[in-house]
Design a protein around this ligand. Structure first.
Ligand code: HAM
Length: 418
């Protein structure tokens, strides 16, 4: 017996209503904020992620699905959506379009992570990127967009974690301070942190290991080291978010797991679960376009996990709008009635009525049971007798009553709602 590979899942029809609800809400709000859709390939040259995501991140060190294709090309299934979208921005000369270019995408992502609730090896993100503008107004709009989507879905008890991690001007001095602070503590922290101390000290602040929490609690805060430009940017962003009534929590330890961020970083957490199950996250990445071969171009974006949104909808008992099931079930007995059933069903579908025709050689009783099990509110019955008289029976499965109508009249009645 085959099973779906570990960390992947099948999305069955009964879950489709949740997926459509999330995707439609996201699309609707993306349009209100001027975002256009982009779709990029599922795999990219491996170098894009090495350069884009950062080679001392967990994603690049441990989690990428990297392979050689039959032509010898080094490829990687995308672990995230930002680097590919920036690659497309550069490749298609989008710098010559009106800036910022606002793009959204639904992407499946692949990370070789330890699977658990809300953490998968293939998962889906809704990703938004605004490329080509430094104004903190863009940061605010993008964060408000994400928040409004969660609100429109009906999600409650979320917090917005916000921080600024500075830029190339102010961060190096802070990292020096951080290293100094950690120097006497290195022996006490976990092996991962000992490595981070050498390769990527900012990530020290993001360690989940219990042994490292005391060190983190006493560490200097990057917010106290921001240069004037970063501090002003952060203050302006906070003012816009306050005007929009977003419940912001300034979190000086929030550093994110990808290396491209500058200035603004943020995550949205469910009330109790915290960082391990962030619903969404993002930030500015003012250096990434240049790092990937474009001209220096500021940008900001976020991604939110669709599976995690759906887990939270279910946990909060939020029901998506129902998807239309079959409205009409056409039951028949005999060869000629079967052909008439096909003809009538076709006419109904052309009128926009979701219709199923009985299949196989079931008895009339079994057909009615089948219609009931499928939840069809109407059944049309066609037998030799009805055919001979030029009528069909239209039966209401909820109320039980039946009327005889000419086939065309039955189609019109059912198309008008029954
Ligand atoms: P990220 O924080 O790595 O950011 O992922 C964004 C969201 O994807 C997470 O908040 C979570 O909801 C979901 N997610 C991540 N990993 C998994 C997983 N293994 N299983 C299920 N869901 C997961 C990024 O990917 C950045 N590209 C976001 C961004 C866009 N920054 C700027 N622009």
């Amino acid at each position: 017996m085959f099973q779906a590979p570990r960390g992947t899942q099948d999305i069955l029809p009964e879950d489709a209503a949740y997926w459509l609800f999330v995707e439609r809400t996201a699309r609707d709000w993306a349009a209100r904020y001027g975002y256009g859709e982009i779709r990029t390939p599922t795999f990219e040259e491996t170098g894009l992620f090495l350069r884009g995501v950062g080679d001392s991140t967990d994603i690049v060190e441990k989690e990428m699905y990297t392979f050689q294709d039959k032509g010898g090309g080094e490829l990687t299934l995308r672990p995230e959506g930002t680097a590919p979208i920036v690659r497309a921005y550069i490749e298609h000369g989008m710098a010559s379009r009106p800036q910022p270019v606002r793009l959204f995408s639904f992407v499946n992502c692949f990370r070789y992570d330890r699977p658990q609730r809300g953490r998968y090896r293939e998962f889906h993100q809704w990703d938004c990127e605004a490329i080509g503008e430094i104004d903190p107004l863009v940061d605010a709009e993008l964060i408000i967009l994400l928040w409004r989507v969660y609100q429109a879905l009906g999600l409650r008890d979320l917090t917005l974690q916000l921080n600024s991690i500075g830029d190339a001007r102010c961060r190096p001095a802070y990292l020096e301070r951080l290293r100094e602070y950690y120097r006497p503590l290195v022996a006490t922290v976990c092996p991962d942190c000992r490595r981070r101390y050498e390769t990527n000290p900012l990530r020290l602040l993001d360690c989940k290991n219990a042994a490292c929490q005391a060190a983190i609690a006493g560490a200097p805060r990057l917010l106290d080291y921001l240069c004037a430009e970063c501090a002003e940017h952060f203050a302006a962003l906070r003012a816009y978010l306050a005007d929009a009534d977003l419940p912001v929590e300034i979190n000086p330890r929030l550093v994110r797991g990808l290396d491209y961020y500058t200035k603004t970083v943020f995550e949205v957490w469910p009330a109790e679960a915290g960082a391990q199950s962030a619903l969404g996250g993002g930030g500015r990445y003012d250096g990434l376009v240049e790092q990937l071969g474009g001209r220096p171009t500021p940008a900001i974006g976020f991604a939110t996990g669709i599976e995690r949104i759906i887990l939270n909808l279910k946990a909060q008992s939020i029901e998506p709008p129902l998807l239309p099931g079959p409205r009409v079930y056409v039951a028949h007995l005999g060869d000629r009635p079967r052909r008439e059933a096909m003809r009538l069903a076709d006419a109904l579908r052309q009128q926009g009525v979701p219709t199923l025709v009985a299949v196989g050689g079931r008895s009339m009783r079994a057909q009615l049971r089948h219609a009931n099990a499928l939840g069809a509110p109407w059944v049309v019955v066609i037998g030799e007798d009805e055919l001979a008289r030029g009528v069909v029976q239209v039966k209401n499965m909820r109320g039980g009553e039946s009327v005889e109508l000419a086939p065309q009249a039955a189609v019109e009645r059912l198309a008008a709602g029954g």
